[in-house]
Design a protein around this ligand. Sequence first.
Ligand SMILES: Nc1ncnc2c1ncn2[C@@H]1O[C@H](COP(=O)(O)OP(=O)(O)OP(=O)(O)O)[C@@H](O)[C@H]1O
Ligand SMILES: [Mg+2]
Length: 494
Amino acid sequence: MTPGRAAALLQALPLALADMELEREQETENPVPLPTFRGAALEAQAACDAEWILAGPAETGKTYAGLFRLDSLLRQTPKANAAIIRKIRQDMATTVLRTWDRIIALRGGVSRFGGERAEFYSYKNGARVYVAGLDDPTKVLSSELDFAYVNQAEQLTLSDWEFLSTRTTGRGAVTRTPMVFADCNPSGPKHWIKTRPSIRLLESHHADNPTLYDEEGNITEQGKRSMSALQALTGIRRSRYFEGLWISSEGAVYRDFDRAVHVIPRSQMPPIVHWVCGVDFGFSNPFVWQRWGFDDDGAMYLEREFYQTKTLVEDHASRITKLNQNFPIEATVADHDAEGRATLERRGINTTLAFKSISEGIQNLQQRMAIGANGKPRFFILEDACIGRDESLAAIHKPTCFLDEIEGYSWPVAADGKTQKEIPIKENDHSADCARYVASYFDHLEVAGAGNFAAAFGEPAVYWSDEDEGHGPGDAPDDEGRGPGDGPDEEWIQ
Ligand SMILES: Nc1ncnc2c1ncn2[C@@H]1O[C@H](COP(=O)(O)OP(=O)(O)OP(=O)(O)O)[C@@H](O)[C@H]1O
Ligand SMILES: [Mg+2]
């Protein structure tokens, strides 16, 4: 036998074992064909390394293959304890658990426990798999696991991953091959996934996914749809989700932004002294609403956000009112959409016109993101701030929250390769704009900055006392008829 043939047989062995397992099950259950696996997805069906990750661009079949492997392991390991894990628990129902429910339905024999929110799944052999978010750790993550499966591992910090590896050491496990394994999309080039030597990376490609390409490598109808959506992406989203590159944006506006520094758990938010909301209007583009808390030092914390397309301002207003119950909101800073602002105001949400000088607003946020003398920045995002993911955006790999936008928010690059630091690329900038309005408002830029409202119109957009306390919505100038301001950085009407 040639070495190539032997390797192919070895690769196919786990599937053959799964087949035999299935045949046994099928004595009592309906026969089902096993899925096709190729490339990294096939390797994943045999991987036994203590730490391994399926990595690659979007829709290559990573989650499907990883979960199928988990299901096989649980069928082969009576009484095993496992967990399906993601950074944020609330993101699981519409993502990884959807694929999981399809996989267990395929082979049958698994019972789901928990109400609306799945808690665990149980196999006939006594194996169990729990569902857990690292933001909301249930008891299961403090006990020993045979297998831990992570969806979207790039969202984890290295210490999250190290924590999971201490849960899968083999002590008290029933398996001889405990493992923590995962799927991920590419992130920045220095991400811990790329630099941790103990991780075996399985590189996944679009041709691995049988729903996109057939056995001969011909693209399917689904493949045409998916690949054209991916091809249409721009910037780092295209590089990462279409090309599969671990890359940072060349011209990133917020270069100092670092998940490990600026993204924190809710439990680390200090007492809040001021609450300010921001709105960036949109219908085909997302409507973004954010609620920021400011501590007694003036540091800002994105505490809640929603990011939603194709919804009327009326409906957003009801949602905002509900979300703001019991919050003493000092101001809602909104962009220049007269009709949208009028609708919000009719529904009792007074708005303050945003100060829209882009370069000053960006410099202000950049300063907030820089590490100060106390070793900390003055800008944070709570890891679970965003609620109610817009699935229509997720389906086409568009950002669904500020955290999705921020790394790709970039300056244009000229033909000579130089970044042009005047106006960022006007795309996937909705949350970024909203955050800038709120920070510009709180930091009083419209008075302090050059090219301000006072210079342009003889009066500021907002009036407040000298203290931070008590500043609120003022008489904003009318939207109608406003022309461009006094510099290339002014962006008056969107
Ligand atoms: N081997 C397979 N057999 C059948 N269907 C598959 C297979 N691999 C992937 N699919 C289907 O292709 C689609 C994309 O797969 P999946 O969600 O696993 O991709 P992914 O690589 O995890 O994508 P993302 O990076 O966007 O999370 C899903 O609908 C999935 O059911
Ligand atoms: Mg996936």
